[in-house]
Design a protein around this ligand. Structure first.
Ligand code: PLP
Length: 416
């Protein structure tokens, strides 16, 4: 693929067409049509640098970590711990604050069970926003059931932005935890997490930020956000599935009991009792996803080399183009029009079911997601059972957006 004027982001010298060519899968066809992959909020595609790193690990270095003194064991441990350092650098954090885990779901459950469960009591409340993914709702419900705490909901406005006045008003004295997504996976809304965390901290509320949809798309300095916990998932940021991290303030990690028990999270085990490891290792029981996290290390190197600010600008341009193209389609309604928005468009077409739209778009080679996007309470707010969602990444092109809009126009005619 050669660079074209239309694939240059204004004021930017990066060759986005060449960057796209780093992703082998994007050259394939589906149903005899070139693939237009618009499902990156679900999972991101992987550049050759990540695929090759994982391949190389299994071909040349495979061994368990932190256990064996032989050469392969040392190489595997250095690469795995090297990936922790790379991730820490990428998020401007310290490596001792990063628990490597299978992703956001694990990370939030770790906080729920290890931090919240021993502390919450009847009369306490957990505050969640209406736009949370089920991964930031269900663990809290499970903990609330066991502790007698209650769940409070911070509502949103019709455009999908958080009602900040209502949120601040909901931060009453019984609220001990605020669970909030940085960027909504359905609406694309970017929440002002710094301001919200400052307000929460002033009131002694611990903040758990779900960064699943933020980390792949913008530069993050996690400690400066002012939260207590920040969860990320690696497969949405060009890394392998089953990878991710929980960033936590050191004082929390030090005070939290282990979540899972087993090998590697201990210093000494006797039948009379066990002395646990310090820092993140205390929460990493058992053999981890070694190759996956080494691949995630390669992913953050890759993203860093492009530059997260450039990625954010590129995706803003793709979002503007796609929004404009979709607005021209009769009967199409965009759900989520907050002023601060990431490159995600949820939409409905009058008279068509979201699943039918997605199925017919797939036949045109266009991959979008349809359904509830693991956000039932949010869809209930909009009074719909499902939406179609097109989500963009820097490797998408303006030409793909034109093909998506043309396919949608065709599908709409077929269904109408
Ligand atoms: C906002 C948000 N939170 C949490 C998750 C769960 O991530 P994972 O399944 O990787 O743990 C997702 C994934 O779709 C998400 O978009």
């Amino acid at each position: 693929m050669t660079a074209t004027a239309s694939e240059q982001t204004s004021g930017d010298t990066r060759d986005w067409a060449a960057i796209r060519a780093d992703f082998p899968l994007l050259t394939r066809e589906v149903h005899g049509k070139p693939l237009v992959y618009l499902d990156s909020a679900n999972t991101g595609q992987k550049p050759a640098a990540v695929i090759d790193t994982v391949d190389d690990f299994f071909r040349r270095h495979n061994a368990n970590v932190s256990r064996a003194v032989h050469a392969l064991g040392t190489e595997a441990t250095e690469a795995y711990e090297g990936a922790r350092s790379k991730l820490a650098g990428f998020f401007k954090a310290h490596r001792d604050e990063l628990v490597l885990c299978s992703g956001t779901t694990f990370a939030i459950n770790l906080v729920a069970y290890s931090w919240a469960l021993p502390r919450l009591k009847p009369g306490d409340a957990i505050l969640l926003s209406r736009m949370e993914h089920h991964a930031n709702i269900v663990p809290w419900q499970l903990v609330a059931e066991r502790t007698g705490a209650t769940i409070k909901v911070a509502e949103i406005r019709e455009d999908g932005s958080l009602d900040l006045d209502a949120l601040h008003a909901a931060m009453t004295s019984e609220v001990k935890i605020l669970g909030l997504t940085h960027v909504s996976n359905v609406l694309g809304t970017v929440n002002p997490v710094r301001e919200i965390c400052r307000e929460a901290r002033r009131r002694g509320i611990v903040t758990v930020i779900d960064g699943s949809q933020a980390a792949p798309h913008r530069a993050l300095d996690i400690p400066s956000i002012g939260c207590d916990f920040y969860a990320i998932t690696g497969h949405k940021m060009c890394g392998p599935t089953g990878t991710g991290a929980l960033w936590a303030r050191r004082e929390h990690l030090a005070a939290m009991p282990p979540f899972l028990g087993g090998g590697e999270m201990i210093r000494e085990v006797r039948f009379e009792g066990t002395v646990f490891n310090d820092g993140p290792h205390r929460f990493e029981a058992g053999t981890p996803n070694i190759a996956g996290h080494i691949g995630l290390g390669a992913a953050v190197d890759y993203l860093d080399a492009i530059g997260m600010d450039a990625i954010e600008a590129r995706e803003a341009e793709l979002l503007a183009h796609a929004t404009e193209a979709l607005r021209k389609i009769d009967g199409l309604r965009i759900i989520g029009t907050a002023p601060e928005k990431a490159a995600v468009i949820s939409f409905l077409v009058q008279g068509a079911h979201a699943h039918d739209l997605a199925t017919l778009l797939d036949l045109e080679g266009v991959a979008v997601r349809s359904g509830h996007h693991c956000a039932h309470p949010l869809l209930q707010f909009y009074g719909v059972p499902a939406t179609c969602r097109a989500s963009f990444a820097f490797y998408n092109t303006h030409e793909e957006i034109e093909r998506f809009a043309a396919a949608l126009t065709k599908v709409r005619r077929l269904l109408g």
